[in-house]
Design a protein around this ligand. Sequence first.
Ligand SMILES: [Mg+2]
Length: 168
Amino acid sequence: MQSLNKPIIFFDIDYTLFDTALFKKTNFTKYSLYEEVPSVLANLSKNLELGIFSQGDKDLQNSKLKVTKIDHFFQKEHIYIESEKEEKIKTIIEKYKNIQLYIAEDKLFILSLMKKENPDIFTIWIKRGVYAQNQKPIPDFMPDAVMYNLSGIIPLIDKKHGLTLHSY
Ligand SMILES: [Mg+2]
């Protein structure tokens, strides 16, 4: 059954929104986003709900959103900050099973696990940072989209929405 809910896009934080390499290099003092992030989030928030699916310490991860002033883009009920991401995947997939989900993430294996749990999820591999650069292919898994920064998400989603409209 087609859901009337808005699609939701979940973002990872480290190396996806947040320049974690710079953070580490500056001894955890410089809180910085990748350049395109605020405008992409602002654009996407017109048609989608935005969520966070991140791993790490809750306070630290929340502070990364707050200090960089993007916390307001995300719906509180769609923010998941976990000590072990893998353990939360089933719960999230089940909770949002009737909603079109997008997930943007630099760790390929997280995308592969989510896809396995629900093939309808649209997986976007953000290929930047130390994990993505050292990633070997995962057998039998290809993300639905691969990009080097978030800007490509906008035309991708516009196109999917366009196709959805035409099919009615
Ligand atoms: Mg990450």
